[in-house]
Design a protein around this ligand. Sequence first.
Ligand code: PLP
Length: 432
Amino acid sequence: MKLHGTMSVKEQTLHIGGVSCLELSEKYSTPLYVFDEELVRNNCREYVKYFKVNEYKNKVAYAGKAFLPMYMCKLIEEENLYLDVVSGGELYTAHKADFPMEKILFHGNNKTVEEIEMGIEWGVGIFVVDNFYELDLIEKICEKNQKTQNIYFRITPGIEAHTHDYIKTGQIDSKFGFALVNGDLYEAIEKLKDYKNIKLVGIHAHIGSQIFDVDPYIDTVDIMMNLVKEIKDKYNIEIKEVDLGGGIGVYYTKNDEPKTIKEFCESIIKRAEIICKSIGIKIPTLIIEPGRSIVANAGSTLYTIGSIKDIKDVRTYVSVDGGMTDNIRPSLYQAGYECAIINKIGQDKVNQVTVAGKCCESGDILITDTNIMEIESGDVIITTSTGAYGYSMASNYNKLQKPAVVSVINGESKLICKRQSYKDLLALEINE
Ligand code: PLP
């Protein structure tokens, strides 16, 4: 198992942020999400440094969908990041955490009237407008409230990238954004002439997730910069900001070989400089929206092992006290993870086991056929790199409670989200 961030081993026991995982499991019980705060902060700082936030006034907007307790809003504000939200709930979380509303980018392909009203009333910095319906709603709500709203248009650039594959599709078959090839974007720009309360300041594209290759970003930069020039030439509108979305890939297992934050940022900025020079435009402010690459490796989950079912010559199932309710990614996309017994680090891996969750679904498997040290019921197992799209995708299926979340740093642990109680599970139910 790869040790990430501040993970270290003392007397065969895994420590994160200087705190023993055994102590954490005893103090907070399991399942438990553990966040390495130093690693989250270091990742933010790498983005700020290499995306040239201070030098060029570029912006790094953390994609809240990856993991967004109020604690995280406060942390990213301290680290000088912007925030990308996609719902009224995420916006409300940021508002409650006193995150500056002008540093919010509001995404989503079907923002409701209520969400748009909330965003406009609270002074959200940018609406990333996805479609004609939304454009119209924003104009009407701004008119009613006598406000103006800065927007980006979300573009479907015809590039689709995931992990090792990337294709230039020219595709228009996406639920997101204005396509280039069928003229939708140009129609939206034309419409702006009639809208008095909307100001177009930028364009946005998001090409996929868990991307290891820089090339699709390079192509996206080229498309977006040419578009900036085209919009200036055709409509005399200056696009001041170009948002390239998120998607930068991370290590989950040894099959993954991600590039560093530095490599990604430097390649993007360098390409923007080259292309802008060659087509004769001023380099716009660049925005990037990382989610996974800020939090994935900083989060881990601790579980207690219960039943061990050894089916001779077939497989050994080791069941834990959580599963698809706290980590849906293996069931949803066959995502791989690494694991270890927290107080047996360094011991020989003598067993091959399948780590199963406790939900009533045969597909509730966290890791299939992994090599692990000697195990017994009661041992605490850790799965690493669960920081992104784990807690934020957690559910109450089978009425399992959402686990607690602790942040660890400098030898101290701090509870940032409580474990749900049985009472919490029934909080919305009416029992008359
Ligand atoms: N920006 C947008 C518009 C997205 O849809 C997403 C993820 O779906 C992200 C940013 C964050 O992507 P990632 O967590 O892969 O960096």
